[in-house]
Design a protein around this ligand. Structure first.
Ligand code: ADP
Ligand code: MG
Length: 354
């Protein structure tokens, strides 16, 4: 990796908060491509707490999927993790995820941390009945009898409110998109993971089906108590499902905070831009405006803050410095040198709401 892209400010150690199930520190991921190295994830830090739902938001290409896939060690061969740690807290003991051997990794993946993949609707094998696919998953990870696996499959399909016996005997094409998404969720839940990674779980669905999946996710989280990392470019879904939100831009988490703070008191101009680009979220505040320009080339990143070429708040210093997350409020960080100016400009809107 070229050292010029590494900001020292991003590498300071961050203390782990109590009640954490997964912590990520200074995580970097890059892909080897023809034109050079794609810096897909750059110095990401966060803690996922037990039972919490953390939404990752950001434009397409900001590194959300790469980050999630890195957490369960399923990156493609052309990817590399040059730096960083992922720690999973197994009954209070630290597990160094990036150092896990094959056997331990198998236990971690699916049993402790499962992922429902982006565009997963087509990832079910069309020639296998749902039961065969669920049994394969169980068999690979757990020594469970066929009867026990059948019982467990029925159970999780009921959890996602499907007609379990019928669905187990169906081929994927016999199910609607919403039903298939529920099957994939059920597969994620099969081994009762502590952490569920959901990559755009509703993107391919119509609006009513989206709604029912969101309601289902809320219910499941409340009854089962797992933690989720919920990836979405749809801010209104994130607003409904998340306890906390992390905004990603050019591979970096540029803002992290409680859902209310992110939506009502954003401090990074990029988060603000995302919010203003959604009509329903800014109704009555100002007109919908899109963020000028386009995301940077991750092979040839701009100097300083990666958002500065698109940012109306940018000053000379922003070209030179890439700040780490600065404390902008209780439990609220923003990687912006100008956050106080953002706060000042929004004062009139925010006092109305308070
Ligand atoms: P998001 O999920 O936010 O849309 P991704 O993690 O999919 O973002 O992608 C982050 C960046 O990494 C993008 O610029 C994308 O083009 C690049 N990328 C993703 N997968 C690969 C790959 N296998 N090889 C090279 N570049 C990749
Ligand atoms: Mg993605």
């Amino acid at each position: 990796m070229s050292t010029s892209t590494v900001s020292t400010a991003l590498t300071e150690p961050v203390a782990v908060t109590a009640g954490t199930i997964l912590s990520v520190r200074d995580l970097w991921v890059e892909y080897r491509a023809e034109r050079g190295m794609v810096q897909a994830v750059r110095g990401v830090n966060f803690d996922l707490r037990k039972g919490e739902s953390l939404a990752l938001i950001g434009e397409s290409g900001s590194g959300k999927t790469t980050l999630a896939v890195a957490l369960i060690r399923l990156l493609t061969k052309t990817a590399r993790v040059p730096r960083g740690t992922v720690t999973y807290w197994r009954n209070g003991r630290e597990v160094d995820v990036l150092a896990l051997g094959a056997e331990d990794l198998r236990r971690f993946r699916w049993k402790e941390c499962a992922m429902v993949f982006q565009s997963a609707l087509n990832s079910l094998n069309p020639v296998l009945k749902v039961w065969d696919q669920m049994y394969d998953t169980v068999r690979y990870h757990e020594s469970m009898s066929k009867d026990a696996a059948w019982q467990r499959s029925l159970e999780v399909l009921q959890m996602v409110q499907l007609d379990a016996a019928r669905v187990l005997n169906s081929y994927p094409h016999e199910l609607s998109g919403g039903m298939r998404q529920r099957v994939l969720l059920a597969m994620g839940l099969l081994l009762n993971p502590q952490v569920l990674l959901l990559d755009e779980p509703t993107t391919a669905l119509d609006i009513l089906t989206q709604r029912s999946i969101i309601n289902l996710l809320r219910q499941l989280k409340a009854t089962l108590g797992f933690s989720t990392i919920f990836i979405s470019h749809d801010l209104s879904l994130a607003a409904e499902l998340a306890d906390r939100v992390a905004t990603m831009y050019a591979g970096q988490v540029v803002e992290l905070g409680e859902v209310r703070d992110i939506f009502y008191r954003p401090r990074h101009p990029y988060t603000l831009g995302l919010l203003q680009a959604v009509p329903s979220l800014t109704a009555g505040e100002s007109e919908m405006v899109s963020i000028p320009g386009s995301p940077p080339d991750l092979i040839d990143l701009p100097s300083g803050c990666k958002f500065h070429p698109r940012c109306t708040y940018a000053i000379e210093r922003c070209r030179a410095e890439e700040p780490a997350l600065l404390t902008v409020g209780p439990q609220h960080g923003a990687a912006c040198l100008r956050w106080a100016q953002v706060a000042q400009d929004r004062e009139h809107v925010e006092t109305q709401r308070a």
